[in-house]
Design a protein around this ligand. Structure first.
Ligand SMILES: [Zn+2]
Length: 101
């Protein structure tokens, strides 16, 4: 079961009936009664996109999870100032000096 808010792919229960996503902490049937999944996702991201229950899986990355779940376009991701491969997209940030001819 994939969470429709955070795209966590290994929910042990369906996202309904007051089940809670262990990743983003959304309680389905309660939290999403007043807010849309998009709004809940925006809230989760604004609060730092942390792991909700226990310890996250090894190597877990909330932004990668959203990209793989197609809930976040790769171009909106801020990456650390390094070479990083995000969902097949190589993102390079660096200093480029212009040399006068
Ligand atoms: Zn979730």
């Amino acid at each position: 079961m994939t969470c429709p808010v955070c795209a966590y792919p290994d929910m042990p229960y369906p996202p309904a009936d007051y089940n809670i996503c262990p990743c983003c902490g959304t309680e389905f049937g309660n939290d999403d009664a007043m807010l849309s999944h998009d709004q809940l996702r925006a809230q989760w991201l604004a609060n730092g996109a942390g792991w909700f229950f226990g310890n996250p899986p090894v190597g877990w990355n909330p932004y990668m999870q959203l990209i793989l779940g197609q809930l976040l376009p790769p171009l909106l991701v801020n990456v650390a100032p390094t070479d990083d491969t995000v969902a097949g997209l190589v993102v390079r940030q660096g200093n480029y000096d212009l040399v006068a001819a």
